[in-house]
Design a protein around this ligand. Structure first.
Ligand SMILES: Cc1ncc(COP(=O)(O)O)c(C=O)c1O
Length: 332
Protein backbone atom coordinates (compact mmCIF):
# COMPACT_ATOMS: atom_id res chain seq x y z
CA UNK A 1 0.00 0.00 0.00
CA UNK A 2 1.18 3.49 -0.77
CA UNK A 3 3.16 5.74 1.57
CA UNK A 4 1.30 8.70 3.07
CA UNK A 5 1.75 12.10 1.44
CA UNK A 6 3.06 13.36 4.78
CA UNK A 7 6.09 11.09 4.38
CA UNK A 8 6.63 12.50 0.90
CA UNK A 9 6.25 16.08 2.12
CA UNK A 10 8.61 15.42 5.05
CA UNK A 11 10.82 12.44 4.08
CA UNK A 12 12.63 12.69 7.41
CA UNK A 13 9.44 11.30 9.05
CA UNK A 14 9.40 8.06 7.07
CA UNK A 15 11.52 6.20 9.62
CA UNK A 16 10.32 7.92 12.77
CA UNK A 17 6.55 8.23 12.45
CA UNK A 18 4.96 4.90 11.52
CA UNK A 19 1.88 4.71 9.31
CA UNK A 20 -0.45 1.85 8.47
CA UNK A 21 -2.57 2.24 5.33
CA UNK A 22 -6.16 1.10 6.00
CA UNK A 23 -8.04 2.49 2.99
CA UNK A 24 -7.74 3.48 -0.60
CA UNK A 25 -6.33 6.94 -1.25
CA UNK A 26 -6.92 9.51 -2.52
CA UNK A 27 -10.59 9.76 -1.65
CA UNK A 28 -12.59 11.27 -4.50
CA UNK A 29 -13.66 14.89 -4.93
CA UNK A 30 -16.79 15.79 -6.86
CA UNK A 31 -18.82 18.89 -7.52
CA UNK A 32 -22.28 19.03 -5.99
CA UNK A 33 -24.71 20.44 -8.49
CA UNK A 34 -28.43 20.88 -8.01
CA UNK A 35 -28.25 22.55 -4.61
CA UNK A 36 -28.85 26.04 -5.96
CA UNK A 37 -26.07 27.57 -3.86
CA UNK A 38 -24.30 30.83 -4.76
CA UNK A 39 -20.86 29.39 -4.04
CA UNK A 40 -19.58 26.38 -5.93
CA UNK A 41 -19.74 23.40 -3.56
CA UNK A 42 -17.50 20.36 -3.80
CA UNK A 43 -17.28 17.33 -1.60
CA UNK A 44 -14.22 15.36 -0.60
CA UNK A 45 -15.77 12.04 0.13
CA UNK A 46 -14.26 10.08 3.02
CA UNK A 47 -17.30 7.83 3.32
CA UNK A 48 -15.74 4.85 1.57
CA UNK A 49 -12.33 5.08 3.19
CA UNK A 50 -11.48 1.94 5.12
CA UNK A 51 -11.70 -1.78 5.00
CA UNK A 52 -14.59 -2.83 2.76
CA UNK A 53 -15.79 0.77 2.45
CA UNK A 54 -16.25 1.00 6.22
CA UNK A 55 -14.96 4.18 7.61
CA UNK A 56 -15.22 7.92 7.51
CA UNK A 57 -12.65 10.11 9.20
CA UNK A 58 -11.88 7.78 12.11
CA UNK A 59 -9.99 5.33 9.96
CA UNK A 60 -7.64 8.13 8.92
CA UNK A 61 -6.82 8.74 12.58
CA UNK A 62 -6.23 5.05 13.24
CA UNK A 63 -3.68 4.87 10.43
CA UNK A 64 -1.34 6.81 12.71
CA UNK A 65 -2.63 5.76 16.14
CA UNK A 66 -2.49 1.98 15.74
CA UNK A 67 1.16 1.78 14.63
CA UNK A 68 2.03 4.22 17.41
CA UNK A 69 0.35 1.86 19.92
CA UNK A 70 2.54 -0.95 18.60
CA UNK A 71 5.64 1.25 18.68
CA UNK A 72 4.96 1.86 22.38
CA UNK A 73 4.57 -1.85 23.04
CA UNK A 74 0.96 -1.45 24.22
CA UNK A 75 -1.23 -4.56 24.23
CA UNK A 76 -4.52 -2.73 24.78
CA UNK A 77 -6.09 0.54 23.68
CA UNK A 78 -8.21 2.42 26.19
CA UNK A 79 -10.54 5.05 24.82
CA UNK A 80 -13.77 6.86 25.69
CA UNK A 81 -17.00 8.00 24.08
CA UNK A 82 -20.79 8.18 24.29
CA UNK A 83 -23.02 5.09 24.31
CA UNK A 84 -23.28 5.17 20.52
CA UNK A 85 -19.64 5.96 19.86
CA UNK A 86 -18.68 5.36 16.25
CA UNK A 87 -15.14 6.14 17.24
CA UNK A 88 -15.11 3.32 19.80
CA UNK A 89 -16.51 0.87 17.27
CA UNK A 90 -13.87 1.82 14.69
CA UNK A 91 -11.11 1.33 17.28
CA UNK A 92 -12.55 -2.05 18.31
CA UNK A 93 -12.75 -3.24 14.76
CA UNK A 94 -9.35 -2.13 13.47
CA UNK A 95 -7.33 -2.73 16.65
CA UNK A 96 -8.56 -6.30 16.88
CA UNK A 97 -7.13 -7.03 13.43
CA UNK A 98 -3.72 -6.09 14.80
CA UNK A 99 -4.16 -8.28 17.86
CA UNK A 100 -4.64 -5.32 20.20
CA UNK A 101 -7.29 -5.46 22.93
CA UNK A 102 -9.75 -2.58 23.34
CA UNK A 103 -11.41 -1.18 26.45
CA UNK A 104 -14.09 1.51 26.16
CA UNK A 105 -15.21 3.89 28.90
CA UNK A 106 -18.77 4.90 27.95
CA UNK A 107 -20.80 7.87 29.12
CA UNK A 108 -24.51 8.50 28.60
CA UNK A 109 -25.93 10.32 25.59
CA UNK A 110 -29.48 10.66 24.24
CA UNK A 111 -30.58 7.18 23.18
CA UNK A 112 -32.52 6.68 19.96
CA UNK A 113 -32.86 3.67 17.66
CA UNK A 114 -29.54 4.47 16.00
CA UNK A 115 -27.65 4.65 19.31
CA UNK A 116 -29.30 1.41 20.47
CA UNK A 117 -28.19 -0.36 17.28
CA UNK A 118 -24.73 1.07 17.67
CA UNK A 119 -24.53 -0.19 21.25
CA UNK A 120 -25.38 -3.69 20.04
CA UNK A 121 -22.50 -3.47 17.56
CA UNK A 122 -20.19 -2.35 20.37
CA UNK A 123 -21.26 -5.33 22.48
CA UNK A 124 -20.54 -7.67 19.58
CA UNK A 125 -17.19 -6.02 18.78
CA UNK A 126 -15.10 -7.88 21.33
CA UNK A 127 -14.20 -4.66 23.19
CA UNK A 128 -14.56 -4.59 26.99
CA UNK A 129 -17.26 -2.03 27.79
CA UNK A 130 -17.34 0.01 30.99
CA UNK A 131 -20.61 1.92 31.50
CA UNK A 132 -19.56 4.92 33.58
CA UNK A 133 -22.54 7.17 32.82
CA UNK A 134 -20.98 10.61 33.51
CA UNK A 135 -17.72 12.36 32.70
CA UNK A 136 -16.97 12.79 36.41
CA UNK A 137 -17.29 9.07 37.07
CA UNK A 138 -15.15 8.36 34.03
CA UNK A 139 -12.37 10.62 35.33
CA UNK A 140 -12.60 9.07 38.80
CA UNK A 141 -12.44 5.56 37.32
CA UNK A 142 -9.38 6.33 35.16
CA UNK A 143 -6.68 4.92 37.50
CA UNK A 144 -8.70 1.73 37.94
CA UNK A 145 -9.20 1.43 34.15
CA UNK A 146 -5.46 1.76 33.52
CA UNK A 147 -4.65 -0.85 36.16
CA UNK A 148 -7.42 -3.22 35.04
CA UNK A 149 -6.17 -3.19 31.41
CA UNK A 150 -2.42 -3.24 32.03
CA UNK A 151 -0.43 -6.27 30.86
CA UNK A 152 2.43 -6.50 33.32
CA UNK A 153 4.30 -3.23 32.94
CA UNK A 154 2.60 -2.40 29.62
CA UNK A 155 -0.10 0.18 30.34
CA UNK A 156 -2.95 0.59 27.86
CA UNK A 157 -2.40 3.24 25.18
CA UNK A 158 -4.97 5.92 26.02
CA UNK A 159 -6.73 7.70 23.17
CA UNK A 160 -8.93 10.72 23.94
CA UNK A 161 -12.53 11.03 22.74
CA UNK A 162 -12.75 10.88 18.97
CA UNK A 163 -9.05 10.02 18.71
CA UNK A 164 -8.11 13.70 18.70
CA UNK A 165 -4.59 13.38 20.06
CA UNK A 166 -1.68 14.77 18.00
CA UNK A 167 -1.18 11.36 16.37
CA UNK A 168 -4.88 11.08 15.50
CA UNK A 169 -4.85 14.61 14.15
CA UNK A 170 -2.34 13.51 11.52
CA UNK A 171 -5.20 11.69 9.80
CA UNK A 172 -6.70 15.00 8.73
CA UNK A 173 -3.29 16.42 7.82
CA UNK A 174 -3.15 13.62 5.26
CA UNK A 175 -6.66 14.46 3.94
CA UNK A 176 -5.62 18.08 3.38
CA UNK A 177 -2.39 17.07 1.65
CA UNK A 178 -4.47 14.89 -0.67
CA UNK A 179 -6.76 17.81 -1.38
CA UNK A 180 -3.70 19.91 -2.21
CA UNK A 181 -2.55 17.32 -4.73
CA UNK A 182 -6.05 17.22 -6.25
CA UNK A 183 -6.08 21.02 -6.62
CA UNK A 184 -2.65 20.88 -8.21
CA UNK A 185 -3.84 18.20 -10.64
CA UNK A 186 -6.73 20.46 -11.69
CA UNK A 187 -9.49 18.25 -10.29
CA UNK A 188 -11.01 21.26 -8.52
CA UNK A 189 -10.20 24.95 -8.01
CA UNK A 190 -8.36 26.10 -4.88
CA UNK A 191 -11.20 26.34 -2.33
CA UNK A 192 -11.76 29.35 -0.10
CA UNK A 193 -13.11 27.06 2.63
CA UNK A 194 -12.79 23.47 3.68
CA UNK A 195 -15.82 22.70 5.86
CA UNK A 196 -16.09 20.02 8.49
CA UNK A 197 -18.12 19.14 11.56
CA UNK A 198 -16.15 19.64 14.79
CA UNK A 199 -16.85 16.85 17.28
CA UNK A 200 -13.57 16.43 19.14
CA UNK A 201 -11.44 18.85 17.11
CA UNK A 202 -8.79 16.64 15.55
CA UNK A 203 -10.22 16.82 12.06
CA UNK A 204 -10.38 20.64 11.93
CA UNK A 205 -7.00 21.03 13.64
CA UNK A 206 -5.31 18.58 11.28
CA UNK A 207 -6.90 20.07 8.18
CA UNK A 208 -5.52 23.49 9.12
CA UNK A 209 -2.01 22.11 9.42
CA UNK A 210 -2.29 20.00 6.27
CA UNK A 211 -3.55 22.93 4.20
CA UNK A 212 -0.49 24.96 5.24
CA UNK A 213 1.83 22.07 4.45
CA UNK A 214 0.11 21.73 1.07
CA UNK A 215 0.71 25.41 0.35
CA UNK A 216 -3.01 26.19 -0.07
CA UNK A 217 -4.58 29.46 1.11
CA UNK A 218 -7.79 27.57 1.94
CA UNK A 219 -9.13 28.12 5.47
CA UNK A 220 -10.94 25.61 7.64
CA UNK A 221 -14.57 26.35 8.47
CA UNK A 222 -15.51 24.20 11.42
CA UNK A 223 -19.10 23.73 12.57
CA UNK A 224 -19.12 22.86 16.27
CA UNK A 225 -21.55 20.01 17.02
CA UNK A 226 -20.38 19.04 20.50
CA UNK A 227 -20.86 21.06 23.69
CA UNK A 228 -19.37 18.45 26.04
CA UNK A 229 -15.76 19.32 25.16
CA UNK A 230 -13.95 22.64 24.97
CA UNK A 231 -13.82 23.32 21.23
CA UNK A 232 -12.99 27.00 20.78
CA UNK A 233 -10.28 28.46 18.55
CA UNK A 234 -7.65 28.39 21.27
CA UNK A 235 -8.30 24.70 21.97
CA UNK A 236 -8.17 23.75 18.30
CA UNK A 237 -5.09 25.83 17.53
CA UNK A 238 -3.50 24.32 20.64
CA UNK A 239 -4.06 20.87 19.17
CA UNK A 240 -2.60 22.03 15.84
CA UNK A 241 0.45 23.31 17.72
CA UNK A 242 0.88 20.05 19.65
CA UNK A 243 0.71 18.21 16.33
CA UNK A 244 3.42 20.40 14.79
CA UNK A 245 5.45 19.79 17.96
CA UNK A 246 5.08 16.05 17.41
CA UNK A 247 6.26 16.35 13.80
CA UNK A 248 9.25 18.44 14.83
CA UNK A 249 10.11 16.07 17.67
CA UNK A 250 10.17 13.22 15.14
CA UNK A 251 12.57 15.21 12.94
CA UNK A 252 10.37 17.10 10.45
CA UNK A 253 11.57 20.36 8.96
CA UNK A 254 8.29 22.26 8.58
CA UNK A 255 9.91 25.25 6.97
CA UNK A 256 7.73 27.72 8.86
CA UNK A 257 4.53 26.11 7.51
CA UNK A 258 2.57 26.55 10.74
CA UNK A 259 -1.09 27.70 10.68
CA UNK A 260 -1.79 31.20 11.98
CA UNK A 261 -4.65 32.25 14.27
CA UNK A 262 -7.10 32.77 11.39
CA UNK A 263 -6.51 29.31 9.88
CA UNK A 264 -9.70 28.03 11.52
CA UNK A 265 -13.07 29.83 11.59
CA UNK A 266 -15.57 28.26 13.94
CA UNK A 267 -19.36 28.47 13.75
CA UNK A 268 -21.37 27.50 16.83
CA UNK A 269 -24.95 28.40 15.88
CA UNK A 270 -25.89 25.00 14.39
CA UNK A 271 -25.47 22.92 17.56
CA UNK A 272 -29.11 23.14 18.68
CA UNK A 273 -29.84 21.67 22.11
CA UNK A 274 -26.46 19.95 22.31
CA UNK A 275 -24.32 17.06 21.20
CA UNK A 276 -26.32 14.33 19.47
CA UNK A 277 -29.58 16.29 19.69
CA UNK A 278 -30.89 16.50 16.11
CA UNK A 279 -32.02 19.91 14.83
CA UNK A 280 -34.75 20.88 12.37
CA UNK A 281 -32.18 22.75 10.24
CA UNK A 282 -29.95 19.68 10.22
CA UNK A 283 -32.83 17.42 9.19
CA UNK A 284 -33.80 19.78 6.36
CA UNK A 285 -30.18 19.88 5.17
CA UNK A 286 -29.99 16.08 5.37
CA UNK A 287 -33.08 15.74 3.14
CA UNK A 288 -31.87 18.36 0.68
CA UNK A 289 -28.38 16.87 0.39
CA UNK A 290 -29.80 13.41 -0.21
CA UNK A 291 -32.54 14.42 -2.67
CA UNK A 292 -30.63 17.01 -4.67
CA UNK A 293 -27.00 15.96 -4.48
CA UNK A 294 -27.01 12.25 -3.62
CA UNK A 295 -25.05 13.03 -0.45
CA UNK A 296 -26.01 10.83 2.52
CA UNK A 297 -25.55 12.53 5.91
CA UNK A 298 -26.29 11.58 9.54
CA UNK A 299 -27.90 13.77 12.19
CA UNK A 300 -25.16 14.26 14.83
CA UNK A 301 -22.28 15.68 12.77
CA UNK A 302 -22.61 16.05 9.03
CA UNK A 303 -26.24 17.20 8.78
CA UNK A 304 -25.56 20.10 11.17
CA UNK A 305 -22.38 21.03 9.28
CA UNK A 306 -24.20 20.91 5.97
CA UNK A 307 -27.03 23.04 7.39
CA UNK A 308 -24.40 25.63 8.28
CA UNK A 309 -23.00 25.49 4.75
CA UNK A 310 -26.42 26.09 3.19
CA UNK A 311 -27.37 28.88 5.63
CA UNK A 312 -24.01 30.69 5.43
CA UNK A 313 -24.16 30.49 1.64
CA UNK A 314 -27.70 31.92 1.59
CA UNK A 315 -26.54 34.76 3.89
CA UNK A 316 -23.56 35.52 1.61
CA UNK A 317 -21.10 34.61 4.37
CA UNK A 318 -18.90 32.24 2.38
CA UNK A 319 -17.07 34.99 0.48
CA UNK A 320 -18.16 33.50 -2.83
CA UNK A 321 -16.45 30.15 -2.20
CA UNK A 322 -15.60 27.72 -3.63
CA UNK A 323 -16.31 25.47 -0.67
CA UNK A 324 -15.24 21.89 -0.13
CA UNK A 325 -17.45 19.94 2.28
CA UNK A 326 -15.67 17.06 3.97
CA UNK A 327 -17.99 14.05 3.93
CA UNK A 328 -16.86 12.37 7.13
CA UNK A 329 -19.85 10.05 7.50
CA UNK A 330 -19.31 6.50 6.40
CA UNK A 331 -21.41 3.34 6.51
CA UNK A 332 -20.92 1.20 9.58
C1 LIG B 1 -19.29 11.56 11.03
C2 LIG B 1 -18.34 12.43 11.77
N1 LIG B 1 -18.01 13.63 11.26
C3 LIG B 1 -17.18 14.48 11.89
C4 LIG B 1 -16.62 14.16 13.10
C5 LIG B 1 -15.78 15.17 13.79
O1 LIG B 1 -14.43 14.90 13.80
P1 LIG B 1 -13.57 15.34 15.06
O2 LIG B 1 -14.01 14.46 16.19
O3 LIG B 1 -12.17 15.06 14.64
O4 LIG B 1 -13.82 16.77 15.34
C6 LIG B 1 -16.91 12.91 13.67
C7 LIG B 1 -16.30 12.57 14.97
O5 LIG B 1 -16.42 11.57 15.54
C8 LIG B 1 -17.79 12.04 13.01
O6 LIG B 1 -18.17 10.85 13.54
Amino acid sequence: MSAPLLHRRCPELAGSLPFLRLGEAPTPVRRLTGLGTRAGVWVKDESGYGDGGWGGNKVRKLEWLLPEARRRGARTILTVGGLGTHWGLAVARYARELGLGVALGLIDQPVDAHVRAQLERLRASGATLHFLRTRTRLVLAAPWLFARHAHGLALPYYLPAGGSSPHGTLGAVEIALELGAQVEAGELPEPAWLMTAVGSGGTAAGLALGLRLAGLRTRVLGVVVNDTLRLDSAALLGLTRRTTDLLRARGADLDGAVPGPDAIRLETAWLGDGYAHPTAAGDRALDRASARAGLELERTYTAKAFAALLDLDAAGRLDGGPVVFLQTHGPR
